[in-house]
Design a protein around this ligand. Structure first.
Ligand SMILES: [Fe+2]
Ligand SMILES: [Fe+2]
Length: 169
């Protein structure tokens, strides 16, 4: 059951996020290490998969509808602004507050603009490390998926599989 949902999540993210995953920015994101053992791209792919699983659960159990397609696309790009972190940001505190804003700019350029929900998903994904909480259900879902991914990225099954064909790990 869990493996079936995991497989479905991966396939759905690859389908819905195909455009983003084929972009130069996302391909390059598989060249920067993230959370010590994974890459920005692989972590983001996992956040998209976990977000989809949460949406699926919310619908199956509570009949709560979410914009899971938008959430997948935004999850793939939520950390794209962290690329070049060692050069761009003076310290971790600045990186923590600034990279969501940089991600919003890059995502906006890639997607031809962000609506309020997309801006909330990407811009507030670091909450509660940043001050402003998300104000949409999709925004809350990514905060949970991002933290869950961060503490489980170290498991070999969660980072050894390349998703772009190029990788530094
Ligand atoms: Fe982040
Ligand atoms: Fe993240």
């Amino acid at each position: 059951m869990i493996f079936r949902i995991r497989k479905m999540a991966k396939e759905t993210v690859k389908e819905v996020g195909a455009g983003v995953m084929a972009s130069r920015q996302f391909q390059e994101a598989d060249l920067q290490t993230h959370h010590l053992v994974t890459t920005v791209a692989r972590h983001s792919f996992r956040v998209a998969c976990i977000s989809f699983c949460i949406c699926h659960f919310l619908y199956v159990v509570f009949r709560i509808r979410t914009n899971w397609q938008l959430l997948i696309v935004c999850a793939l790009l939520h950390d794209i602004g962290i690329m070049g972190r060692d050069i761009k940001f003076e310290n971790n505190r600045i990186c923590c507050s600034q990279h969501p804003k940089d991600s919003m700019k890059i995502a906006g350029n890639l997607l031809g603009g962000l609506d309020d929900t997309a801006a909330d998903i990407i811009g507030n994904h670091m909450w509660p490390m940043t001050l402003t909480p998300p104000h949409t259900i999709e925004g809350f879902i990514i905060t949970i998926a991002d933290k869950y991914s961060a503490v489980t990225d170290f498991l070999p099954m969660n980072h050894r599989e390349s998703i772009t064909g190029t990788s530094c790990v």
